[in-house]
Write a protein that binds this ligand. Structure first.
Ligand code: ADP
Length: 224
């Protein structure tokens, strides 16, 4: 893990925080939060960095529906509360779990935070990759360096026979990364333990550090 501070341009910095890294996805449900969590843990555990994790996925679209609200939420004041209003202490890296998508909220968040870089998460499906491209273009537009693309749910290895199934397609993210001139950061398998770990609040990088999946996260963290 490197220090990117020199690359960060403009925007809101947080006192005591060296680097702010966004974990983003064009599409929801691709495993952005799971990746953010495991990368944050890997950076802290393996690379001995002081890491913070900010859930900026404040756009939970079910809440406005459930509360019958039509106004746009005050995203930016919330963002400032979450950044400046929190005693983060001295951190090497703050990992920000961004809201999925490439709309106005994401765009202004990318501009308002002093991001050192963005990591983009996608599944290998075309439909997710199209949105990942949009995400990359958005960060480029606001001059945020793209750290690379992570392919999540890349393949499923049958626990019984060991056969690999590329449920969402094979090699799509790597091709997209090359095409978009982004670094390909690696593949995270589709794995039951990753999902149960997330649900139980025990990221796999902590609960099964020697597993193939945890090692896959560590390899991604190493390249960030
Ligand atoms: P997002 O933040 O993109 O909406 P999440 O990280 O919340 O996505 O993941 C969506 C669901 O998929 C969660 O239930 C999570 O546990 C699961 N999940 C994410 N990545 C994997 C993976 N590699 N293998 C198995 N399940 C995963």
């Amino acid at each position: 893990a490197r220090c990117y501070s020199a690359a960060a341009k403009g925007g809101l910095s947080i006192s005591g925080v060296s680097d702010i890294i966004a974990v983003a996805s064009g599409k929801g449900g691709v495993g952005k939060s799971t990746t953010a969590v495991n990368i944050a843990v890997a950076l802290a555990k393996e690379f001995k960095l002081k890491v913070g994790l900010l859930d900026a996925d404040i756009y939970g679209p079910s809440i406005p529906t459930m509360m019958h609200l039509h106004e746009k939420p005050e995203v930016m004041s919330a963002l400032e509360k979450m950044t400046r209003g929190v005693a983060w202490g001295n951190l090497d890296v703050l990992v920000v779990d961004m809201p999925p998508g490439t709309g106005d909220a994401q765009l202004s968040m990318s501009q308002r935070l002093r991001l050192s870089g963005a990591l983009i998460v996608s599944t290998p499906q075309d439909i997710a990759l199209i949105d990942a491209r949009r995400g990359a273009n958005m960060f480029r537009k606001v001059q945020v360096p793209i750290l690379g693309l992570v392919e999540n749910m890349s393949c499923f290895k049958c626990p019984k026979c060991g056969e690999k199934s590329y449920i969402f397609g094979e090699g799509g993210a790597q091709r997209t990364a090359e095409d978009m001139d982004m670094k390909f950061l690696g593949e995270i398998p589709l794995e039951i333990d990753i999902r149960t770990g997330s649900d139980e609040g025990k990221p796999i990088v902590i609960s099964s550090p020697d597993s193939a999946s945890a090692q896959a996260y560590l390899r991604v963290a190493e390249k960030v």
